[in-house]
Design a protein around this ligand. Sequence first.
Ligand SMILES: [Zn+2]
Length: 224
Amino acid sequence: MARRLHPSLPSCRLLAVSDKVEPRIYGPSIKRVAGQVAFIVGCGDLPYYYLEYIVSMLNRPFYYVHGNHDRPEYRSNKSVIKEPLGGVNLHRRLYRSEGILMAGLEGSHRYNANQHYQYTQGEMWGHVLSLAPTLLLNRLIYGRYLDLLVTHSPPCGIHDATDRPHIGFRAFLALMRWFKPRYLLHGHQHVYNNLATTQTRYYHTDVINVYPFKVLDLDFSPAD
Ligand SMILES: [Zn+2]
């Protein structure tokens, strides 16, 4: 049914960034490294000045979620920036851009008393369920629930770790099984060697760790 309603789901190239300021991106080589991208995705834990630099250099739409280390930034003119300028915060929001249905879920597993961008497994279940009505509406209108899920943390058991800050969220697994996003892009889990797994198929979803950046050619046709 979904294929008949939408015979030519879009494919596109995007730049996704997370967790580490990367010199190849934060400098004049960014246009050569990124090429022509349809939009930019931020998976959290990056300074806002870095994200704003990327947006200003590439001049493309920017969608992001916060990571557990994100904090307000103090600028030289004494202003305080609580969000990167020029972007759309996807947390608990459904957004349609370039024909792609996207949503986001910020933060990490709770590991201390800090109020910002940390959640228990139960709280993340609440965030996922809050998206459900709009996802169901997407299915009625567009023939599919979701194309792209942007998160900071990985799902439980996929690219995650056993220490409390890096335990993945179980609710993401259910979201992928129920709503079949074609891709889940996350950060949070730093990658220090080339042998680490950074892309894993889970049912209909390719889960990709974008740390510290990835230029991705994504095909949003439904997976088998
Ligand atoms: Zn993090």
